[in-house]
Design a protein around this ligand. Sequence first.
Ligand SMILES: *[C@@H]1O[C@H](CO)[C@@H](O)[C@H](O)[C@H]1NC(C)=O
Ligand SMILES: *[C@@H]1O[C@H](CO)[C@@H](O)[C@H](O)[C@H]1NC(C)=O
Ligand SMILES: *[C@@H]1O[C@H](CO)[C@@H](O)[C@H](O)[C@H]1NC(C)=O
Ligand SMILES: *[C@@H]1O[C@H](CO)[C@@H](O)[C@H](O)[C@H]1NC(C)=O
Ligand SMILES: CC(=O)N[C@H]1CO[C@H](CO)[C@@H](O)[C@@H]1O
Length: 465
Amino acid sequence: MSVATVLLHLLLLSSLLAATAKRFRLPSDPSAYLTREVHWFDQTLDHFSPSDHRQFKQRYYEFLDYYEVSNGPIFLKICGESTCPGIANDYTSVLAKKFGAALVSLEHRYYGKSSPFELATTENLRYLSSKQALFDLAVFRKYYQESLNSKYNRSNVDGPWFVFGVSYPGALSAWFRLKFPHLTCGSLASSGVVLSVYNFTEFDKQIGDSAGPECKSVLQEITKLVDQQLLSDGVAVKELFGTSLVTNDVDFLYLLADAAAIAFQYGNPDVLCSPLLEAKKSEENLVDAYAKYVKEYYLGMFGASIQTYNQDYLKNTSLGEEGGDRLWWFQVCTEVAYFQVAPENDSIRSTRLDTRYHLDLCKNVFGEGIYPGVDMTNLYYGGTRIAGSKIIFTNGSQDPWRHASKQTSSPEKDMPSYVIKCDNCGHGTDLRGCPQTPFRIEVGVRDYSFKVPLFPLLRQGIFFF
Ligand SMILES: *[C@@H]1O[C@H](CO)[C@@H](O)[C@H](O)[C@H]1NC(C)=O
Ligand SMILES: *[C@@H]1O[C@H](CO)[C@@H](O)[C@H](O)[C@H]1NC(C)=O
Ligand SMILES: *[C@@H]1O[C@H](CO)[C@@H](O)[C@H](O)[C@H]1NC(C)=O
Ligand SMILES: *[C@@H]1O[C@H](CO)[C@@H](O)[C@H](O)[C@H]1NC(C)=O
Ligand SMILES: CC(=O)N[C@H]1CO[C@H](CO)[C@@H](O)[C@@H]1O
């Protein structure tokens, strides 16, 4: 992999917030963003209480350089389970330029600098939910339209609003159109995980499919070896992976499972499979080869944090701006689960990653009585039977998360669904790769012709602007 590829890869990650909520290094290069200039807005803490009028400061960004004041639309890019450092210069900026759109982005409550409380105690986290977050967006939408009107000395203008999101924000994007159809004319849900899943075994299965039989079988062999070595000499094997900090064995196995998943989730399978297949062929030590990948790629280049796998760390209630992992785990443990448990048969990850482990984590980190209301979440939003309209669903063929998304079209509702197929098509793949030029990955130049279903749809006026 060339240095340029690596840099670009890191840059792309910035706009992609993984639903695994593993923290990634954010790019410091200012050109990765259209803007990082911060604005603040007073948000209601509890949208569901008639008597509680407390407010908190919510951070947002705006970018108006492309905005056609007379009739341009407003693109709301939804931020999710991580700090929101600005408006990333990705494919939505290309669309904004084309359509003369204003771009705005609101940080998700509790994450980054938009926390209502100093401490993320379980008690304080009770206003952290997708339902509250959707109301935040609705209230913000009204506020921002008015502020834009006053900026341009006009009144009674209500521009067409279109919402975008990737991953959990992709689900929010679909749900926003579902719950507030009068506030937006359409939605893009890129890798939008609209289906809450309790035992999300398809995640591991998809990794196997994405890896192909050979790479999959090497990964399974490694899992068996590591499981054995953990029992015989756990200290040594954790040291080998440079992860001695992770005391709990299953937390450590979770890190190893994520390390493999991420290669497919972010469209870079060869960086994992090539060295492993090479090691297998030349009969080298497979665990050593995997440790090299984990250290150099997952923890190194990719910037995953070891601490975030440590349940003791997740219990820390004073995590600061980058402490999104505890917050996301709270959403996982209360609303959406997506427990990435090993399937009963033929799993890649260790079978010790089971339902019990996840429930114990929720209890250990947040206390007694914390349990994901998956059925309630799906009842509330409809899961893949979402009764919305004018929502575009997109998924990458290799992305393990696509099984929590809507993968079939509902043409009668103007809800097309696309699975973008390629050897490197991961999470949020349709919005990646910009600014403006195709990006190089090790298999060659990415062809962008596949990624523009959105474009003609918008142009055909399906979404009324
Ligand atoms: C709006 O009106 C104010 C006061 O009349 C004026 O100073 C300002 O330049 C106007 N702004 C625009 C964008 O027309
Ligand atoms: C999830 O898996 C566990 C363990 O196999 C099982 O006991 C439980 O019934 C499953 N739950 C659902 C909702 O599938
Ligand atoms: C919790 O996190 C804060 C901020 O990073 C740190 O200063 C503190 O030492 C941590 N507490 C524990 C018990 O680890
Ligand atoms: C388990 O997986 C293997 C390999 O994919 C397959 O051949 C076998 O039929 C599966 N067994 C069951 C019980 O599903
Ligand atoms: C794998 C999968 O679900 N593919 C679906 C992707 O979307 C198209 C268009 O709706 C369907 O025809 C495919 O079945």
